[in-house]
Ligand binder design. Sequence first.
Ligand code: ADE
Length: 287
Amino acid sequence: MTDGPTFGFSDVELAQHPTVYRGDLFKGQTVAVSGGGSGIGKAIAWLFGRLGAHVVICGRNAEKLETAAAAMTAAGLAVEPIVCNIRNTDDVEAFFDKIYAGRGSLDVLINNAGGQYPQPAIDIKPKGFNAVIDTNLNGTWWMMQAAAKRWRDAARPGAIVNIVAVVDRGMPGVAHTCAARAAVVGLTRTVAIEWAPLNIRVNCVAPGAIESQGFVAYSDEAREAFKRSNPMMRVGDAFDVAEGCVYLASPSGKYITGDVLTIDGGGRHWGQFWAFPEPDYFKGSGR
Ligand code: ADE
């Protein structure tokens, strides 16, 4: 039996991929990454770890988390896996209890955990809709609120980055996740104002077509279409997203709150519709 194609970075690549950031940028800091055991979250965890942070990764699958953490530890990075279902408020409280018991503080929360499945909106069942909302909206919210309460109680600053999606023009095929992600953007804008006096910054990163392990779930045709979803005619990678998170979470983002950093190769501005005749240089390019 032959192995199928693999997508996204290997652990060796995550360890070696060049970064524009200084190696001690997060030295002494603690950074929590939900869904840090795979895909984009794993790349985010590696980058913060390589920049000196003690990284706490959470997810539901203990084995996946342990495997991801073992690879980071083997590369000399400081990482701690904690099993947590972000939908469950008791789990979320226990997650923060463990971080504070072990580290005494938290500096950055990256809300990356989430998931969805493609289905025409008209066919989505209540169970599926509720599940996607529960993880992507409610789970993200419980994590945001729990982090903010601890920062408020300790009178310490904090930064949150929520990984969302490019919701600006709707997301045909994944209506439930579009609803959840758009709601997270709304929450972000709202609490950015409410929590500014607490020195808590809250922002989003909206990735477009990013190659990661999740690509395996799509057909070759869909993967080709991802390349054509933006005028750069290619997909991005998980480090594009990870470096965006670092930008917002580090002092480079100190005057940014309530905003969305879109990392999609310009796809947000792209489409089949032309308000003027399609320029000759785009014709015949397969778009
Ligand atoms: N990743 C996907 N769903 C999750 C959940 N409910 N809790 C933590 N990580 C997740």
